[in-house]
Design a binder for this molecule. Sequence first.
Ligand code: FAD
Length: 452
Amino acid sequence: ENGTFKKLDVVVVGGGLAGSLEALFLAKRGHRVRLYEYREDIRNTPQARGRSINLALSIRGRTALREVGLEDHMINNHGIPMKGRNIHRIDGSTYIIPYDSRTKQCIYSVGRNYLNGLLLQESEKYENVERFFNHKLIASNLREGFLSFQKTDTKEIVEVNADLIIGADGAFSAVRKEIMKQPLFDYNQKYIEHGYLELCIPPDSNGGFQMPPNYLHIWPRGEFMMIALPTRTGSWTVTLFMPFTHFKSLDNEDKLLKFFEKYFPDSIPLIGKQKLIADYFAGSASPLIAIKCRPYNVEDKALIIGDAAHAVVPFYGQGMNAGFEDCTILNQLFQKPHDDLAKILKEFSDTRWEDTFAISDLAMYNYIEMRDLVTRPSYLLRKAIDDVIFWLVPKVWIPLYNSVTFSTIPYTQCIKNRQWQDKVLNRSLLFLGAVTSAAGAFYVYKKIVGLS
Ligand code: FAD
């Protein structure tokens, strides 16, 4: 497996989704891996923590899980297939927009804790992986391969050295903060004006789903929206996305209920009035951040992956998937028949950023599609045209959503394909317009000539 590559002593900072998956990839290649995680072991903490309870897993994430032998388990034993968007109108009626009417591909609702726990559990199978929880990275010298952690319980300081440091410590990465001190490091962060708050639709009295389970449910309301993903217990994780100003204005029970009665009336009996009030006021809206930066590596010593390298807003359901794709790409680079780690890390950094910038832009765009465009006839017409052409020439014409979600075509290429499709459709429309006008002119001319 390891090819010609020498065995490395690797420290992975962050045992979240990307870090625990990367640890597996490295372990499979025979490297020594030490995984340091700030929080306690997620397998011992029953309540959901982290930034969202459920996530949509699609092909890029699945491809990475397949490489470490966990795809089948996630898809067949845990994930709940979602085959399209189930749109809720204000009057409570619904309609369905399938994701892929041609090959019926689905995205899968998976539990964050479950997946994270499974990845950590899998790493127990490898003797060359050690896990250290309750360790917070507090200082580092990346060029020296030096890291200093503080134990969150005893406050003891633990110092370690590594051949290679993988920073998978999320959007507020401490490893990235260290890389930022390097000259020529580009960094851009954006908080959007909207935040999110999680609510819950409980199971019905028989423990079943209160809504059709195999869809991602959306209540698009123009400037804001609510979505719901099914969980394995029959409940739904509901996420309300809207401007912080809206959250702030709903500061008492009466205002909250009036707001829900006006915009999401069909959800009130599903959530339950008292539960809605309790859950809404139990938490506060969380911010959403997008981070673009580069390069991702420091020579042959350190590399950031996942949200640490490219946090995106969640509207394309691609954050985790893109982080998992990082692991696949890195693994492919490690398979190259040479022994130059600096080259590998540089190649990852040089080739990956354009695609992560692209998915960041796509995710910003998709918020508008989900909360607003899906209700518009022009969107539905375009989707119908895309679907028909996709049906006729599936290799040539893959609609944007399908290429992002159901293919591993690089994100930049997905955008280029869409731009090309837009051009073709615009030209066809122009051509049709010209033909219709010419036919009309000819008809009028014939009439005039006929009259004279
Ligand atoms: P994280 O999951 O943030 O993990 C980082 C880990 O590093 C954490 O465990 C943290 O404790 C640890 N850490 C942090 N600092 C330190 C330190 N100093 N020392 C040691 N350890 C440290 N993505 C999808 O693909 N599909 C979806 O449907 C989807 N939905 C989302 C919905 C919402 C509301 C949000 C906010 C995000 C969503 N995402 C989704 C994105 C997804 O959650 C992230 O992309 C993913 O969690 C990134 O994984 P990560 O391992 O890079 O970072």
